[in-house]
Write a protein that binds this ligand. Structure first.
Ligand code: PEP
Ligand code: MN
Length: 462
């Protein structure tokens, strides 16, 4: 059975007759998709895709619609998007304590940003599906041995052996199950009391006393304290502050996986990719005539496109036309990742070239991917000061252009790793050795993430 082109849709029986919009969901197959695995075992691939097609969706299309509204508010400056999580999730790290630490870090940052911006923060995790990585080289050589590059746990293993680096279709199913259990825990945490604002604020107070370098943020913390006590004294309904919305986001890289998890929404007859709420297209696969842009143009989720320093206004306008022809607020987010050295020229130029033609698009800053360097000690790293310089360049460019800085997209972990240099705890070249654990790109650790949030809160208040 040719399973990956068979549309197997949950709920399609109950969709209004004639409204099933399957048109074009497989057109990408003709477009030479970049960055895809090479599977040698066809029947095993068909089995995996068949199981995925029959599996329950990870998200409900209605949630994706709500998220679209939240992101639309960010495009108008009435909310701020915070997307954070690993560069690459791993199956091994899908453990309660690690998931909790990441969710906690995002919640802590969000509390500070909510106060700083006096507006709701739309919380997204690069979580519960962020398993596929684009790579610049197909092969990797170590000590004379050449093997396929690691492409994320959904494709192959990190261990440098032939067996582990083989592209294994069974990993598609494992990624689905790990995503499901991760999302289940995220939903439990954010609905079950763990997200209580008072608790989150207590954690932030603990953070501020842990390092003298953080004392400059004491003032902000005291103000949040007073705001919370004020609400308490007024008898504010803290039940509403005990839960929060938290959405799952990942790069929609592996098109077989995304296609197998696409369903027709029974309410509207429209196609949604139910592998996550928010999906983005990476810098390497955003070719306007490419497979990734085509596929995401056919599903109704809110989506993002990364834009590097070479992106032109024409490209951005063409992408918007193809991905968001109806100019639907919240549908399209541009995630700029220019690099600290380039953003001061490249972003103003991009924004002025676009002018007032994309008022419905949301602009988000990824200050990580344009700032990757190799340390003297040989680690792939980033400097905290470069990351913060890009954030500042992002706010300045939007302020000058009269456009809205709508959010941040960052790579972080809740753990105390040493992968990014600098910050108030002053991790240096040598310090990177201490706890360098990432499988792909370096992440802000817990303290660096909060330090960023306090600094960004200052930009939001100015
Ligand atoms: C990423 O977000 O991990 C990534 C690969 O980003 P980019 O596509 O911007 O390089
Ligand atoms: Mn990355």
């Amino acid at each position: 059975m040719s399973l990956h082109i068979d549309p197997v849709f949950a709920n399609s029986d109950s969709a209004p007759a004639g409204t099933n919009n399957l048109t074009g969901l497989d057109d990408w197959r003709e477009m030479d998709p970049q960055q895809q695995p090479t599977y040698l075992d066809g029947p095993a691939l068909d089995d995996a895709l068949s199981s995925l097609s029959d599996s329950p969706p990870l998200i409900f299309a209605g949630e994706a619609d709500v998220l679209k509204q939240r992101i639309a508010a960010a495009s108008r400056g009435e909310a701020f998007v915070l997307a954070g999580g690993d560069c690459a999730e791993s199956f091994a790290d899908a453990q309660a304590d690690k998931i909790r630490a990441r969710v906690q870090t995002v919640l802590q940052m969000a509390a500070v940003l909510t106060y700083g911006g006096s507006m709701p923060v739309v919380k997204l995790g690069r979580m519960a599906g962020q398993f596929a990585k684009p790579r610049s080289a197909d092969m990797e050589t170590r000590e004379g041995v050449t093997l396929p590059s690691y492409r994320g746990d959904i494709v192959n293993g990190y261990e440098f052996t032939e067996a582990s680096r083989r592209h294994d279709p069974a990993r598609l199913l494992q990624a689905y199950h790990v995503s499901a259990s991760t999302l289940n825990l995220i939903r439990a945490f954010t609905q079950g009391g763990f997200a209580d604002l008072r608790l989150v604020h207590e954690w932030n107070r603990g953070f501020l006393t842990s390092n003298p370098g953080y004392q400059r943020y004491e003032q902000t913390a005291r103000e949040i304290d007073r705001a919370i006590r004020f609400m308490d004294a007024c008898g504010a309904d803290f039940d509403a502050l005990k839960t929060t919305e938290f959405y799952a986001a990942h790069e929609a890289l592996l098109l077989e996986y995304e296609r197998a998890l696409t369903r027709i929404d029974s309410r509207t007859g429209q196609a949604y990719d139910v592998s996550g709420h928010f999906l983005w297209i990476g810098e390497r696969t955003r070719d306007i005539d490419g497979a990734h842009v085509d596929f995401l143009s056919k599903v109704r989720n809110p989506i993002g496109v990364k834009l590097g320093p070479t992106a032109t206004a024409d490209e951005a306008l063409t992408l918007a036309e193809k991905l968001d022809p109806d100019a639907e607020p919240g549908r399209l987010t541009f995630v700029t990742r220019m690099g600290a050295g380039k953003i001061t020229e490249a972003l103003p130029e991009l924004l002025s070239g676009i002018g007032d033609r994309l008022p419905h698009v949301t602009w988000v800053c990824d200050p990580m991917h344009g700032n990757t360097i190799t340390s003297n000690t040989g680690y792939k790293t980033r400097r905290f000061e470069d990351v913060m310089a890009e954030v500042e360049g992002f706010f300045n460019a939007h302020q000058d252009a009269g456009t809205v800085p709508g959010g941040l997209h960052i790579e972080l972990t809740g753990d105390d790793v040493t992968e990014i240099m600098g910050g108030a705890t002053e991790i240096d070249d040598e310090g990177l050795r201490r706890r360098y654990e990432t499988l792909v790109d370096p992440r802000l650790n817990h303290d660096q993430s909060l330090e960023m949030a306090f600094q960004v809160a200052e930009y939001l208040t100015r």
